[in-house]
Design a protein around this ligand. Structure first.
Ligand SMILES: [Fe+2]
Length: 324
């Protein structure tokens, strides 16, 4: 297949091109051909990704975790493993690179977020592969973080400036053991890659967390102030955080935001500001309706993502890999 993607020809920040969809015209029949096509066009593909925030590859010969691993590897990103991450979701590894997306039950919505932005350790790239789309619902939500920033800055200039200056602290309860029924169900031993409490405390200390153990064996942990808005190049600022996911999805935070969120100086984030952020992101979001075999490559700084609930008989299977 010759490289002739029109959507990448005009490399401007254009919402109509989000995500950029690159369809196989039929000339790429094997995985090896796909890999060499990606390698040959790697520079333009990455340039396109840096402009639009997400690329969707449709109709390529990717059918399972192993072929997806090979397809993604052709982009040449460095590996970012789930094991070494501080992700709060329970996941299953299929290959060294590929693991399940959040194992939370299908009726649970995963709200918009930048991957692992609630921790000091996050990937630059998140890729998703749809092995099997759901019958009903199950879209991956994508949302441009730079556009959300612009809207928030216009609607709430003072609070946005405060957020940019002070950053945000997250407080979360990390369970004693893995609980796959929760979107934040990863136990503290797995989350922190440790075996005992001493090691956990050492790790938390090194990452700048404050913490408290609870009688049920769970751990209440608060991050240091993490950036919530940051520049990604000379022109663009992005809303890069997990504020929406924490406010909408973490237990008790919507009723009382101070349970999970505060500004970097410990002052409360007004509920009205959080509601405004969620509404502005919702109007910016795009539902990616999966087809079997689709692969998305998402710039983790430029795009937030989430997952709609789903139903039907078909067992939805979306796999993930991360890169830096
Ligand atoms: Fe995610």
């Amino acid at each position: 297949m010759t490289y002739k993607s029109n959507m990448l020809a005009d490399l401007e920040f254009n919402n109509d091109h989000f995500p950029s969809i690159i369809e196989n015209d039929g000339s790429i029949e094997t995985l090896t051909q796909a890999q060499s096509w990606i390698s040959q066009n790697q520079a333009s593909l990455k340039k396109g990704l840096a402009c639009t925030g997400a690329l969707l590859f449709r109709g390529f010969p990717v059918s399972d975790a192993v072929s997806y691993d090979a397809f993604f590897s052709a982009f040449g990103y460095n590996n970012f493993t789930y094991k070494e991450s501080l992700s709060n979701a329970v996941r299953i590894n299929y290959t060294d690179l590929v693991f399940s997306a959040n194992e939370a039950p299908k009726e649970v919505e995963i709200y918009l977020h930048n991957e692992m932005a609630q921790t000091p350790v996050f990937p630059n790239i998140i890729s998703l592969f749809c092995e099997k789309a759901a019958d009903i619902g199950g879209a991956t939500i994508l949302c441009r973080s730079d556009i959300v920033y612009q809207k928030i800055a216009a609607a709430e200039p003072q609070l946005t400036e405060k957020l940019a200056t002070l950053g945000v602290k997250y407080t979360s309860r990390i369970p004693a053991a893995d609980n796959p029924d929760s979107a934040q169900g990863r136990g503290w031993q797995s989350t922190l890659s440790v075996e005992n409490r001493d090691q956990a405390e050492q790790k938390l200390l090194s990452l700048g967390y404050r913490w408290q153990w609870h009688a049920d064996g769970s751990l209440l942990a608060q991050t240091k102030a993490l950036p919530a808005i940051k520049p990604i190049d000379n022109d663009r600022q992005v809303f890069f955080n997990q504020i929406i996911a924490a406010y909408e999805g973490w237990e008790g935070v919507k009723a009382d935001p101070s349970v999970g969120l505060c500004f970097g100086d410990d002052s409360p984030i007004p509920k009205s500001f959080l509601d405004s952020i969620c509404a502005l992101a919702a109007e910016t979001a795009y539902d990616l309706m999966w087809q079997d075999g689709d692969v998305a490559i998402v710039d983790n700084h430029l795009s937030m993502h989430g997952r709609r609930p789903y139903g039907g008989d078909r067992v939805r299977r979306v796999l993930v890999t991360l890169g830096i």
